[in-house]
Design a protein around this ligand. Structure first.
Ligand code: AQP
Length: 340
């Protein structure tokens, strides 16, 4: 069987350097070795409130950013999740396979729902069932996951296994995590212990993929530091989350190791690192931004890429859904009218 990857990104706002270095940049590399589905996961996004017009725009923006970063929409499939109804359909079936206790243990739900759990959407609770459906709808064999998504992938594996056991079938592969050595966890510029996030209320906490050179330089200049000079060993970064974060981002962008970056800036002030970091961030992002603007200016282009992707994804999903329906015992009736 082909090795098939499913990856998703939520259209919940501006993509930032964390999304790029932690995910998108790696996806671009994966397309050489795997058959990939890259999905703008709008069904996941609505587990918390989204303004309809912004959601539509963010969906286009995220798709454009993926293409601008180097995902090839002809070779791979780029689509938005809501346009392939099989995701929601299989997620429902998986809601009936997953156990309350399994979902109740998910730390992301606890974090995102916070103290106001009673007020969280049912969708936020059931989010991991949808994530399992995203992968298994295409019999995905591998999922590139960051630390924060490991628990959800475990759950997807448990769901696949329970489905296969309950129905005595081998319908679903048990998807494997693809831990990428190159992936980086990028932390907030305002707090080195919190991850850089689209939903952080402070725009100064993140570098958006669309920030211009001046904005990038200003945000890095304002980034939180500590009063000491930069250390001369990696061990010297212990207990210094901001220094670790800035050096980590620098190392990833400059395609070097953290060890090497520490050597480069040993004993220097943060300002020296910040200047270099701004330059390397701009050098990495500028070509992507040019292409991104060009794609969005070409009215209708991104929508046509998404339409093509959705059609191809539907074609792949249909036989899997039919197989699942047969296994479960749903009576499949012949429709005289083609569904839209
Ligand atoms: N700070 C980060 N460092 C490294 N990787 C990150 N990712 C997100 N933030 C960082 C990775 O980006 C991919 C897409 O993420 P997502 O948009 O689906 O959701 P998220 O992880 O919840 O990202 P945000 O920015 O924190 O969004 P909000 O604020 O809406 O929740 C994933 O592979 C993720 O690991």
């Amino acid at each position: 069987m082909n090795q098939r990857i499913f990856s998703g990104v939520q259209p919940t706002g501006n993509l930032h350097l964390g999304n790029y270095l932690g995910a998108i940049r790696n996806w671009v590399k994966l397309q050489d070795d795997y058959e990939c589905l890259f999905c703008v996961v709008d069904l996941h996004a609505i587990t918390v409130w989204q303004e309809p017009e912004k959601l539509r725009q963010s969906t286009r923006d995220v798709a454009a950013a993926l293409i601008a970063a180097g995902v090839d929409p002809k070779e791979q499939i780029i689509f938005n999740q809501s346009q392939v109804p099989g995701h929601a359909e299989l997620a429902w079936i998986f809601n009936c396979v997953a156990r309350m206790g399994w979902l109740g243990r998910m730390t992301q739900f606890k974090e995102k729902a916070g103290k106001d759990r009673e007020n969280a959407s049912v969708g936020l609770f059931a989010y991991p069932s949808l994530m399992a459906a995203d992968i298994l709808l295409y019999k995905g064999t591998h999922v590139p996951v960051g630390e924060d998504q490991k628990q959800h992938l475990e759950l997807a594996r448990d769901i696949a296994q329970k489905f296969n056991n309950d129905f005595k079938t081998e319908t679903f592969p048990i998807p494997e995590p693809l831990i990428l050595g190159t992936s980086t966890r990028v932390m907030s510029l305002k707090d080195g212990t919190k991850k850089m996030s689209k939903s952080d209320p402070s725009d100064l906490s993140r570098i958006n993929m669309t920030d211009d050179a001046d904005t990038i330089a200003r945000k890095i200049k304002k980034a939180k530091t500590d009063p000491d000079l930069l250390p001369d060993t990696v061990q010297g970064l212990d207990g210094r989350p901001e220094a670790r974060n800035l050096l980590g981002i620098y190392a990833t962008l400059a395609e070097t190791t953290v060890d090497q970056a520490v050597q480069t800036f040993a004993g220097q002030q943060f300002s020296a690192l910040k200047t270099e970091l701004s330059d390397v961030a701009v050098a990495n992002l500028a070509p992507i931004q040019d292409e991104y603007r060009r794609l969005l200016a070409d009215k209708g282009h991104v929508d046509s890429v998404l339409a093509d992707g959705a059609e191809r994804a539907r074609t792949m999903a249909e036989p899997v859904l039919r197989e699942v329906q047969d296994v479960i015992g749903f009576l499949r009736v012949k429709l005289s009218r083609k569904p839209t």
